[in-house]
Design a protein around this ligand. Structure first.
Ligand SMILES: NC(=O)c1ccc[n+]([C@@H]2O[C@H](COP(=O)([O-])OP(=O)(O)OC[C@H]3O[C@@H](n4cnc5c(N)ncnc54)[C@H](OP(=O)(O)O)[C@@H]3O)[C@@H](O)[C@H]2O)c1
Length: 260
């Protein structure tokens, strides 16, 4: 099996990726070593064989594959020789050129999971450098598939694009939910009732949209063509610029992702 080291293993995203991978057997606890600046790492009590260290050089020496999962501003504090390793970065805004220049690794993958990884519902695009081998690719695909749907993408800049589109996870749908709850409360619905109603609505929407034969455009068209109250609501939202507002938000997130 592959020895896996995770720099930033105490972090939120690392735990969300690793717990489903451990639970599904995509990695073995005895093959996993985590690093953080703090001396103890919580969240892995179910797997006592998982090791922890505060020394990234120790982690690198004991690993075939190293995942970099620190905040971009903390990368400068990571001291390790990663030459000869498969290195997987899940960091937003840090390019392959930055990582290769700093750590001297040429087998490099950039991936962009999202906050639904813990529920095994992430969408995780990944891009591999030319030196990444078919065996490496199989490991990457299996590891990220444990926490959701993983797809290889053809170009590194695609990762910056997906940082905005899906790396934000449920944040953008939550904005829609917030507006709906506020509207319900403003119109006399009790806050707890509005909250329960919209939570269930989001659950149903996610289940339907993810499994529907038709795509999102087709779903919207069906409702508009039907011509009922839903069509009145959709038409008012579209006429007020709902598409342009969503696209402006995605543009802003994409721009931030490209800024490094
Ligand atoms: N959260 C998301 O939804 C999400 C989605 C996609 C991508 N990302 C990317 O994932 C990365 C991690 O995000 P996060 O949300 O998991 O952040 P986080 O919860 O703050 O975790 C980062 C971890 O890095 C550790 N760390 C910092 N410097 C270190 C060092 N020199 N050696 C070892 N560990 C070190 C910290 O350990 P201590 O606590 O001990 O200081 C902390 O636990 C970021 O680059 C982010 O862009 C996050």
């Amino acid at each position: 099996m592959t020895a896996l080291g995770v720099v930033g293993g105490a972090g939120w995203l690392a735990g969300a990726l690793l717990r489903p991978a451990l639970a599904k057997g995509a990695i073995r606890p005895e093959d996993l070593i985590l690093s953080s600046r703090r001396p103890t790492i919580a969240g892995f009590e179910s797997w006592p064989a998982v090791r922890a260290t505060t020394d990234n050089k120790t982690l690198a020496a004991q690993s075939d594959v190293v995942i970099l999962s620190v905040r971009p501003e903390d990368l400068a504090g990571v001291e390790a020789d990663l030459s000869g390793k498969l290195v997987i970065s899940v960091m937003a805004r840090v390019t392959m050129a930055d990582i290769t220049g700093r750590f001297g690794c040429d087998r490099l993958v950039r991936a962009m999971p999202n906050a639904s990884a813990e529920q095994a519902l992430s969408f995780t695009p990944w891009f591999a450098s030319p030196a990444v081998t078919p065996l490496d690719r199989a490991f990457v695909s299996s590891f990220f598939s444990a926490s959701g749907l993983a797809r290889a993408v053809p170009n590194e800049p695609d990762i910056d694009y997906f940082t905005g589109l899906t790396g934000s996870g449920f944040a953008f749908p939550a904005l829609m939910a917030r507006a709906m709850i506020e509207h319900a409360v403003e119109n006399g619905i009790a806050p707890d009732l509005a909250d329960a109603a919209v939570r269930q609505l989001m659950l149903g929407a996610g289940a339907y949209v993810s499994e529907a034969k038709e795509n999102a455009a087709g779903i919207v068209k069906s409702f508009v063509d039907y011509g009922g109250t839903t069509a009145a609501g959709l038409t008012a939202m579209i006429d007020r610029g709902s598409d342009a507002i969503v696209k402006a938000g995605l543009d802003a997130a994409w721009k931030k992702a490209r800024q490094g």
